[in-house]
Design a protein around this ligand. Sequence first.
Ligand SMILES: N[C@@H](CCC(=O)N[C@@H](CS)C(=O)NCC(=O)O)C(=O)O
Length: 110
Amino acid sequence: MYKRLKQILAPKGMERTPEQQKRVDEQTASLILYHFPACPFCHIVRREMRRLSLDIPQRNIQQSRVWHKELLRGGGKGQVPCLRIKDNKGERWMYESDAIIKYLRKRFGG
Ligand SMILES: N[C@@H](CCC(=O)N[C@@H](CS)C(=O)NCC(=O)O)C(=O)O
């Protein structure tokens, strides 16, 4: 019971082989999560990132006006969480915790 509670509160990240994790790390390096610590929706996304063992760079918009402006300029609004995605299709700014979690699960498994 205690173990289960611990899993729920602080889920252990999924395990990959070192090669698989390296490939995932290379991909997550081109993502950025705009967030701030006290935002409950951001918390849910960060927890899912931990569960999926994703080392996505994070920008706390309360820590830097530059990052806040980056989000406003790029995504069009200051709402967090927002995931900036850069891939061969270009740059996208994804809002909504549900959509972000769905995207991460689809792309990185779990
Ligand atoms: N439905 C959104 C809600 C996100 C939300 O309400 N974020 C708040 C912080 S907890 C926010 O950014 N508010 C400021 C704004 O919308 O500009 C989600 O699930 O991501």
